[in-house]
Every structure is written in C-alpha cells, then in structure tokens.
Ligand binder design. Structure first.
Ligand code: ADP
Length: 261
C-alpha cells in the first residue's frame, strides 16, 4: 500500500488535521512484475536463435566454408534457427494483438467437420514421415459452427503440432469431433510423452514448458497454448487437458454451436 499524508492547516496556521490517501498498489506491482518477466522471457527466447545464427555463420566465415559437408550442416542450422525466429515473432505479434483487443475476429458460420478434415490432411505427411499414425473420427453430417474459422484452424494446428512433436515414433495421434447438446467437442489425443500433473495448471502460460530441452528440439515457441487459450476465450469456448506421463495426453476443446452475445 502506498500512503500519502497531507497536513491541513486551519486559518490561524495551525495544523488542524490531515488528509490520508492510501493506494492499493499490489495489483499494479504484480502487473509490472509480469511485464518485466515477459520482456526478460522474450529477450531470452530471441537471443537463443540469434546466438546460433551468429556463431555458426562466424565459424563458416572463419574457414569452415572450405568443407562442403560442414557448410551444408551449418547452413541447415542457420536456416532452422531463422525459421524459429520467424515463428517466434509471428506468434508474439499474434498474441499481443489478441491480448490488447486489437484482433478483429471474423465470426461467420463454417463447417467444422470440413475444417478439421482439411487441416489434418495438411499434417498427414509430416506425421507419417515421423512414424506416427494419424486418425480422425468425425461426425457423418456436416457440423455448422459460428466463429472465426482461420482462428479455429489455428487452435487445431497448435494442438496437432504439439501432439506430433511430443509423440515418439510408433505412436498415434487421434483427432475427433462430436456434438454434445449445444456444444461441439474437438479432441486431440496422442500416445506421447505426457505431461506431469503439476505442470498442467501452468501449461497455458506464455513460454511455459515442461521440458525445455525437448521443447527447444521440437522447434516450438512456447506460445502455442497461450494463443489457443486466448482464441477459445474469444469464442466462449474452453480447453481441458488430461495426461498420463509416458502414456499420452488429451486436449479437449468445447465450443458453443452458436455465438452467445
Ligand atoms: P511449445 O512451442 O514449446 O510446444 P506450447 O505453448 O505449444 O509451446 O506448449 C507448452 C508446453 O506444453 C510444451 O513445451 C510441452 O512441454 C507441453 N505440451 C504441449 N502439448 C503437449 C503434448 N501433446 N504432449 C506433451 N507435452 C505437451
């Protein structure tokens, strides 16, 4: 609490009383702390790929260029790290736009079944080349939903991308859609590494990662689930996670069929 005391004088110049102002600054302090933590996180996340790009190009310039095998290997690393930088900046911009309320969502009716089919097919090649089975279970009829279809596709892409990244070869990923009264339920289930129970409450925070080394290898930005949460909030939807370490995870999205105003 911040306290300001201003004496109040009477006509003869003597102090007759005081005005005491008390401000509860705890909320403000917490916001400030979160803001500076965020800036520290962003700087750290940006510095890692930049350091790699700089280091590997320096080594090439210092003579490694003469070896074509090493040159190819280092250029691949530089390329991958630049891709990560691009994803990071794109995700950061997307997140800050949504959080500041500057994102314009285009709500319109769309067919969720078709969207899921389309999106899953885009990932089939990647999943299969990593030795994963990718299955879908969709309702026979088309399922109309009201929302921003690009954003809902983004939600699915983030969950599917994670399921693929955190499931070792030989595993499987299932995507299903079903109706439940006034809601539609979209599930992404994998037989991957799983998430410890104590990490689940923090999973949707920006930059929160269970296993930093693994997440970094997966090429993730640590922002995917934070974006998922925000998109769902703006659609009056929600996301739940159940997981068993070593057995797999299941992300369940619930969305109302029509937008509640
Ligand atoms: P990242 O870009 O690191 O994947 P996300 O925000 O998408 O960031 O996910 C946050 C963290 O949650 C990941 O780093 C990972 O530790 C964990 N995670 C997300 N999805 C899964 C999953 N399907 N299986 C296991 N862990 C997961």
């Amino acid at each position: 609490v911040e306290v300001h005391i201003t004496p109040v004088s009477s006509n003869n110049g003597r102090i007759a009383g005081a005005v005491v102002l008390m401000h509860d600054v705890s909320e403000w302090r917490q916001l400030e702390r979160m803001r500076s933590e965020f800036v520290a996180n962003v700087s750290h996340e940006l510095r890692t790929p930049i350091t790699a790009v700089k280091g590997f190009s320096e080594t090439l310039l210092d003579g490694a260029l003469n070896d074509p095998v090493i040159t190819r290997q280092f250029l691949q690393i530089i390329y991958d790290e630049s891709e990560r930088l691009k994803r990071l900046v794109t995700d950061l911009l997307e997140l800050s736009k949504i959080e500041s309320g500057h994102t314009v969502f285009h709500f319109e009716p769309f067919d969720l079944t078709a969207l899921v089919k389309r999106t899953v097919e885009k990932y089939r090649h990647q999943a299969e080349s990593l030795g994963l089975t990718l299955e879908t279970e969709l309702p026979p009829a088309h399922l109309q939903l009201e929302g921003d279809s690009d954003r809902i596709a983004q939600v699915l892409i983030n969950l599917l991308g994670n399921a693929i990244a955190y499931t070792p070869s030989g595993g499987r990923v299932d995507v299903s859609v079903m109706e439940q009264e006034d809601d539609v339920v979209l599930k992404v289930r994998d037989t991957g590494v799983g998430i410890p129970a104590e990490d689940i409450p923090r999973l949707f925070e920006r930059f929160y990662r269970v296993d930093k080394a693994r997440a970094r290898r997966s090429g993730g930005t640590g922002l995917g689930l934070a974006i998922v949460k925000h998109i769902l909030e703006s659609h009056h939807g929600q996301v739940e996670v159940t997981s068993v370490v070593g057995e797999g995870s299941e992300f369940t999205i619930t969305l109302p069929k029509t937008k509640e105003i």
